[in-house]
Design a protein around this ligand. Sequence first.
Ligand SMILES: *Cc1c(COP(=O)(O)O)cnc(C)c1O
Length: 345
Amino acid sequence: MDKIDLRSDTVTWPTEAMRQAMANAAVGDDVYGEDPTVTQLEQDAARMFGKEAGLFVSSGTQGNLIALLAHCQRGAEIICGDKAHTFVYEQAGMAALGGIMPHTVPVHDDGSLALDDIEHAIRGDNPHFPRTQLITIENTQGTVGGQPLSQTYMHSVADLAHKHDLKLHIDGARIFNAATAYNVSVAELTAGADSVTFCLSKGLCAPVGSVLVGDADFIHEAHRMRKVVGGGMRQAGVLAAAGLIALHEMSQRLQADHDNAAYLAEGLSDIPGLRVMSCATNFVFFYLEEDAKLSPDELKAALAEYDILINPYPGFKRKFRCVLHYWITRERVDHVVNALKTVLA
Ligand SMILES: *Cc1c(COP(=O)(O)O)cnc(C)c1O
């Protein structure tokens, strides 16, 4: 990766090992269930999450949509965070394609939804109301700064869901970052969930793909839903080969990214004109003070001269998000800190 791209972990390139594995992948027609590499990825992911089955999907958005379509009937309501990816960034796919209505509750700065808020949002059995069918939780919670949610919290939400006969779906696009932050396995972290989506393509560096896991009946239904949204793929083993490396190897090295995030936050802490707002998992947010030497656009342009790509967070003028990942080594963090020191001096 030639530039120092801090805009997101979605920008990660596949590693050399992934490119080799992709070139040599055994493939078949996965719509016929005949791609051995896809099958292996789905089985390995299910085993790792302690679930019965897995389904390879093209993106996290598709995985979440399929999960919601598989869990819910038309006219159902789901409970989700008001800053959840499924609510904010997925074009209301649940409503547009599934006839599902989101009922939002506030996302707190630590990424959690208050259990009381969730419980209050659950509808009683009354012909005036839609039926609540699902709760969905995001871990890590991206919009509030990559906050990881603990095993204890996740289990409380699962208990609440099941007490009310609801399903629980986890949008675990970055679930391995959460597991790393709490030093637990993804199976422990998601033990109470009926389904989990996670991305192979972000910090895990695969070029394409997410996996949805759950019990066999759920995955059977999800498989139908994947087909109806046009997500059946043919010789997808070429992609799954990179996914296997993401799942088994890249998922185990995320502490390095978290350490680099903390290192970056520390480096930024004494640069005039910057205020570090938060640092969690692989995310650092900083605020460019009004009296800083450069405007947000000027800062972005000045850093581009140093081959550093960085963006104000969508919807905010002076708030910047830096996302650490495999291609941002410690030396590159030093380069970023030095560049910021120079341009803001
Ligand atoms: C990135 C992301 C998704 C969607 O993934 P895509 O592969 O970009 O569709 C879903 N949820 C969260 C929390 C994400 O960060």
